[in-house]
Structures are given as structure tokens and as C-alpha cells.
Design a protein around this ligand. Structure first.
Ligand SMILES: C[S@@+](CC[C@H](N)C(=O)[O-])C[C@H]1O[C@@H](n2cnc3c(N)ncnc32)[C@H](O)[C@@H]1O
Length: 216
């Protein structure tokens, strides 16, 4: 495994190690869900422009959907995931730079340098105790008025959906490090300098899109 910076948080290091293995079969494993996600990705990304930071780019599923008006810096903790993202970066309609970087530090991303931040299925993977730190970084690197879109998966309040999710929960955590019970919306609500403008469920009450902007 490629070395991670010594300053990296221990839980990020464990997550990166997990994804170093998961990367081998990630796209295959995710294929049933991707049939759903690929309908959403063009709508989530088609109107973006300027400097866009994608956090937790994974195997680069979003990259072919950015319009030519975007300049994308795409970060991920895990070098094996970034290697798989390269092929999709080559298919992109806009410039894409891939970087190994931790979303809770963003040491290589300048203050107020980004018009947009996008993260799809990052926060459900990121441990709760790290989420406020990543939101602090989002606020720092966004330009004033810069906007963000976060797509996350949550436990449903509908018993039949929740039961299905509960059956999957152990597998999802073991393989993806993801949980359905993260408190991402609450962290964004509480994040200084970020304001939520809209929340939308894309399917049932499980796939939550959180949109907002930097206000401070
Ligand atoms: C479930 S995958 C989602 C991939 C992609 N965004 C998508 O929509 O298919 C989560 C990704 O986030 C990355 N990740 C997790 N924690 C991170 C962090 N603190 N900084 C950067 N990337 C992180 C993982 O390595 C993994 O590639």
C-alpha cells in the first residue's frame, strides 16, 4: 500500500486500508445499486461550473458526467480507488486532476479556491467523529457563495425498508465502511459558515441530497 501522510487520522488510515482491498471488486459489487445511481449522477453534476472539488471520488463514477464548464480536482484517501478512477478521468468532458488527499485535512487545497464541492456516498463512509472536521475543510476551501452537494444514504423510517437495510448493515460496514445511521445532516446544520439551502430525497426516505453554500 502506498504510504499515507504521517499526520493522517487513525480511522482514515483504517478506512484507506479497507478500500485498498475493496477497490479490487468495488465496481462489480456496487453494480446493482449503480443501475439506480447512474440515472442520478448526470442530474447532480450537469449544471456545475468553475472549480469543483469532488471528495471521495472512489472509482470515478461521477467523472464522465461533469460538463465542459467544470475543472475538477477529485480526491480520495485510497490510491487503489484513485487508480481505478483514472480510466473514467480520461473519459471526462472537462479537466480532471486526481489526488490522494484526506477530506478532513485537504492540505493541498487552497483556501477559498473552489466554486463547488461534491461528495456522493462519502459521509456515510466517514466516521461520525471526523465529519465536523471535513465540513470545516469544505467551508475553508469553498469561495464565499460557493456551493456544495452531498448525496448520502440513511436508515428509512419505513419498517419494511429499514428491515432490508438492517439485514445488509453488517456487510455494508465490513466491505464499504458505510453505515446508515450517520448524523451527516445534523453536522451540516451545525457547521459554522455553511448553510443548507435544500434537502431532497431521491428515493424513498433513504437517499438524501443535501445542497447548500458557504455563507461565512
Ligand atoms: C462509497 S465510496 C463512494 C465513491 C464515489 N463517490 C461514488 O459515488 O461511487 C467512498 C469513497 O470515499 C473515500 N473516502 C473515505 N473517507 C475519505 C476521506 N476522509 N477523505 C477522502 N476520501 C475518503 C473512500 O476511499 C472511497 O473511495
Amino acid at each position: 500500500m502506498d504510504p499515507l501522510p504521517a499526520t493522517i487520522d487513525e480511522s482514515s488510515r483504517l478506512l484507506a486500508a479497507k478500500y485498498q482491498v475493496t477497490a479490487w471488486f468495488y465496481d462489480l459489487l456496487d453494480a446493482p445499486w449503480e443501475r439506480l445511481y447512474r440515472r442520478w449522477r448526470p442530474k447532480l453534476l450537469g449544471d456545475l461550473h468553475g472549480d469543483v472539488l469532488e471528495a471521495g471520488v472512489g472509482t470515478g463514477r461521477n467523472l464522465p458526467h461533469y460538463p465542459p464548464t467544470a475543472r475538477v480536482t477529485a480526491i480520495d484517501l485510497c490510491t487503489a480507488m484513485l487508480r481505478r478512477a483514472r480510466r473514467r478521468a480520461a473519459q471526462a468532458h472537462c479537466p480532471v486532476e486526481l489526488r490522494q488527499e484526506d477530506a478532513i485535512r485537504m492540505a493541498t487545497i487552497d483556501d477559498a479556491s473552489q466554486d463547488w464541492i461534491v461528495a456522493t456516498f462519502l459521509c456515510c463512509v466517514m466516521p461520525d467523529h471526523l465529519q465536523p472536521a471535513s465540513l470545516t475543510q469544505f467551508q475553508r476551501v469553498l469561495r464565499p457563495g460557493g456551493r456544495f452537494r452531498l448525496l448520502e444514504i440513511l436508515y428509512s423510517r419505513q419498517p419494511h425498508i429499514r428491515r432490508r437495510q438492517q439485514r445488509l448493515a453488517r456487510f455494508v460496514e465490513r466491505v464499504y465502511g458505510a453505515r446508515f445511521d450517520r448524523s451527516t445532516l445534523q453536522y451540516v446544520e451545525e457547521a459554522p459558515g455553511l448553510a443548507i439551502r435544500r434537502t431532497t430525497y431521491l428515493k424513498d426516505d433513504t437517499y438524501l441530497l443535501i445542497e447548500g453554500e458557504r455563507v461565512g
